[in-house]
Design a protein around this ligand. Structure first.
Ligand code: SF4
Length: 194
């Protein structure tokens, strides 16, 4: 199935537990103030990709324990992402998703594709990013209003990896220096470039 994506990173340790294949989707209508990825708001930027091909890429990425799906807003393209998540999870990878919608909002949509995507999600970080409420301690969470939901038994809150400090990664993507792993750092870095 076709979807719109911004970028992928085959192997990161900054976007969830362990080594992960990260997929940033393109397009978000929520437009939180201070979002570290405003270039991913537009639904016409980025590139088209195929969910089966992305799953194959994730499954052949070396040493990853799961995928992380970020954005952009993943639940604005639920059908192809449910397909992607089902394919990688069937082969043993875990699925972590960051959404600006709360879990209650997603359930209230009563949308089959949203429900399928949620059913294949192990870890969900939910809620709008609130710049005035930076998260002081929890790893992989941008602002203190956001909740990390353990939707399966794959991970537990007692996993010691959830209690270390945040990780920031710098990398060159298409010739440009990018920051990922910590919204405040990424936002500060982006503003510093202007
Ligand atoms: S923080 Fe997430 S939900 Fe908010 S505008 Fe950025 S991509 Fe969208």
């Amino acid at each position: 199935m076709k979807l719109r994506i911004a970028q992928t990173v085959a192997n990161t340790e900054a976007e969830g537990p362990g080594k992960r294949y990260a997929l940033w989707v393109q397009g978000c209508s929520l437009r939180c103030l201070g979002c570290c990825n405003p270039e991913m708001f537009s639904t016409s930027a980025g590139r088209e990709a195929d969910s089966a091909a992305l799953a194959q890429e994730a499954l052949t990425a070396e040493g990853v324990e799961g995928v992380s799906i970020l954005g952009g807003e993943p639940f604005e393209q639920p059908a192809p992402l449910a397909d992607f998540a089902e394919r990688v999870r069937a082969r043993g990878l875990s699925v972590m998703v960051y959404s600006g919608y709360t879990l209650a909002e997603l359930k209230a949509k009563r949308d089959d594709a949203v429900d399928r995507f949620l059913a294949t999600t192990d870890l969900l970080v939910d809620g709008r990013y609130e710049k005035t409420r930076p998260e002081p301690s929890r790893r992989w969470v941008g602002s203190s209003n956001q909740v990390m939901h353990f939707l399966s038994e794959r991970y537990t809150p007692t996993d010691e990896r959830f209690h270390r400090g945040n990780t920031v990664e710098l990398r060159f993507v298409d010739g440009k220096l990018t920051v990922n792993g910590w919204p405040q750092a990424a936002d500060a870095f982006r503003r510093g470039l202007k």
